[in-house]
Design a protein around this ligand. Structure first.
Ligand code: GDP
Length: 198
């Protein structure tokens, strides 16, 4: 699939206020600074569609982008940013939970994980939560250019082993880099497949 058009539609703070169109939605979420903005820009062939955050924890809203007049990419706030108050964090968590668990048009969640690190508790907990909610998701390992091939695969296998040890199914997994554009065709192909088979 080729992304021909990508348009910012708006930012919302609750699911009920999000666009009412019946377009399929693909949500992106991960730890703050995981490379989410860079990944969405890479998929859309744009440099600044999602402003690459200078300071982590900046995205606090559900940001909608219409792709090819056909489906939405939804940029969700990053989790795990230490410098926000507990109250603020709780508010974001509730907003994300409400969106994820009640959004009828949500097709798939891309859970982003930094390929440079061994499995982090916070990422595992988030993925377990998605499994608990019975939501469809795929794993996207980011910054693989920085991690290198063997380290990336080691971390992918470790993450999969952790899921297996909890008897969870191994989700579709993408290895990506916003720098080298690795994984772009695979992710877009997967999205296209899901839309066609909706
Ligand atoms: P976000 O907070 O998750 O949206 O993360 P950003 O996309 O803003 O990226 C955080 C930092 O990581 C920025 O300095 C990016 O330039 C850098 N970055 C993001 N993706 C990649 C990547 O694939 N490779 C490399 N080398 N750096 C990346």
């Amino acid at each position: 699939m080729i992304v021909r058009t990508a348009t910012f539609i708006g930012s919302y703070v609750e699911e009920k206020k999000c666009p009412a169109n019946a377009f399929a939605e693909f949500a992106f979420i991960g730890r703050s600074n995981v490379g989410k903005s860079s990944l969405i820009n890479m998929l859309c062939n744009r440099k600044d569609l999602v402003k690459i955050s200078r300071s982590p924890g900046k995205t606090q809203t559900l940001n909608f982008f219409l792709i090819n007049n056909q489906f939405f990419f939804v940029d969700l706030p990053g989790y795990g940013y230490a410098k926000v108050s507990r109250e603020m964090r709780k508010k974001w968590e509730l907003m994300i939970e409400e969106y994820l668990t009640s959004r009828k048009t949500l097709q798939l969640i891309f859970a982003l994980i930094d390929a440079r690190h061994e499995p982090q508790k916070i990422d595992l907990e988030f993925v377990n939560q998605l499994t608990g909610w019975e939501l469809p998701f795929a794993l996207v390992f980011t910054k693989c250019d920085k991690a290198g091939k063997s380290q990336t695969w080691e971390h992918v296998h470790q993450f999969h082993d952790m899921l297996r040890s909890r008897k969870e199914a191994i989700p579709e997994t993408f290895i990506t880099s916003a720098d080298t554009r690795a994984g772009k065709e695979e992710m877009l192909g997967f999205i296209e497949h899901l839309i066609e088979n909706k």
